[in-house]
Design a protein around this ligand. Structure first.
Ligand code: ADP
Ligand code: MG
Length: 349
């Protein structure tokens, strides 16, 4: 089912948590809501689920206005942040919960519930654990039970609020792969919240970048990384170097190189900041005439296949980072305190 959020505004007392947010989620897509803590992600999910009401705007499912519809009638599956399983219920009863609490009229028979729970246990690869209690499962297994419970009511879409937030890296990575697989298998529309850019990039068809109650950009992982709409999106999506410069009629001089502005004004003169990814710094032992800045290596971090250098510009004393492959690092025989030349590619002012 498609979800459409139209000009939603939501305040708590006099604090605006969401301001004029609009969003379209096509049927069957896996969409990530990405933003720092406090940017309004959970609020938006709660509004879509029907747990909160907006002051303004509307929420449509398949084009039909659902803004005033009760949460129980929305057929939404959700796994909320810190939403624990029922500790006193075994896994079977946890998964069956949403079905057993239904009114007699809509409740499936015992036999149907039994079959559905067992097929969900199979889907989340926890067959044979129906009689265990949550305390007898690992964190990753519990998260899969929470997903099975959300799926039990045959939701029209799934809302997941930082579903893997509390788990360690390895388990998170496994669950991400598993969620991707599940999405492919079920073809369900999924809106999934994270503050982890890597998770959003790896999983999502579309990423919605949020900040301070507003949508900053919507696009594929490729688009938001390579064509960020503004400096916030740029710096939120990965490690970034900042360079201070002066913009004069749309151009900035950095070291010996002139750059054209992308986000700044095209006329006048004022101080500005340039943004650049560490992997776009090219390190060499001889200067590229007219293009390089001279810098000293202050620190070397070996990070598996890549190496990160903390560098200090000799002209302005500004610090910046470079990332290069391990192989290139070995070729250049780099060491701390060595002076090198850095060519800065793809700086965005
Ligand atoms: P996120 O999930 O992106 O971290 P939230 O949607 O939880 O952000 O919160 C957005 C903002 O709204 C935060 O500043 C938060 O403090 C505020 N907020 C959320 N819920 C409430 C509430 N029930 N009462 C008052 N303020 C709230
Ligand atoms: Mg949240």
């Amino acid at each position: 089912m498609s979800i459409e959020v139209v000009n939603i505004t939501k305040s708590y007392k006099n604090f605006t948590a969401l301001s004029d947010v609009s969003l379209q989620i096509p049927e069957g897509e896996l969409v990530a809501l990405l933003g720092p803590s406090g940017s309004g992600k959970t609020t938006l999910l709660r509004l879509i689920a029907g747990l909160e009401q907006p002051e303004q705007g509307s929420i449509l499912f398949n084009g039909e206005d659902n803004t005033d519809r009760d949460v129980r009638e929305r057929r939404v599956g959700f796994v909320f942040q810190h939403y624990a399983l029922f500790r006193h219920m075994n896994i079977f009863d946890n998964i069956a919960f949403g079905l057993t609490v239904r009114s007699r009229k809509t409740r499936p028979s015992k036999q149907e519930i039994h079959e559905r729970v067992h097929s969900l246990l199979k889907l989340v690869q926890l067959e044979g654990l129906a009689h265990r209690y949550p305390s007898q499962l690992s964190g990753g297994q519990r998260q899969r039970v929470a997903l099975a419970r959300a799926l039990a009511v045959e939701p029209k879409f799934l809302l997941l609020d930082e579903p893997f937030g509390a788990l360690d890296t390895k388990v998170r990575q496994e669950l991400r792969r598993w969620l991707r697989h599940l999405h492919g298998k079920l073809g369900l529309t999924i809106l999934f919240v994270t503050h982890d850019q890597e998770e959003a990039m790896e999983l999502a068809d579309q990423v919605v970048v949020m900040n301070e109650g507003k949508v900053e950009q919507v696009g594929s992982p490729e688009e938001i990384y390579n064509r960020p709409a503004n400096p916030f999106v740029y710096s939120f999506l990965g490690r970034v170097n900042l360079f201070h410069g002066r913009l004069r009629d749309g151009k900035v001089q950095l070291g010996e190189t002139e750059y054209e502005t992308q986000w700044g004004q095209k006329t006048g003169e004022y101080p500005t900041i340039g943004y650049m990814r560490p992997h776009d710094v090219e390190i060499s032992l001889v200067p590229h005439v007219g293009q390089s800045v001279k810098a000293q290596i202050r620190r070397i971090s070996l990070l598996g296949p890549i190496v990160r250098l903390d560098l200090k510009r000799l002209d302005t004393e500004e610090m910046f980072e470079a990332e290069l492959t391990r192989q290139r690092f070995l070729e250049l025989q780099l060491e701390e305190n060595k002076v090198v030349y850095a060519t800065l590619h793809n700086v965005s002012f």
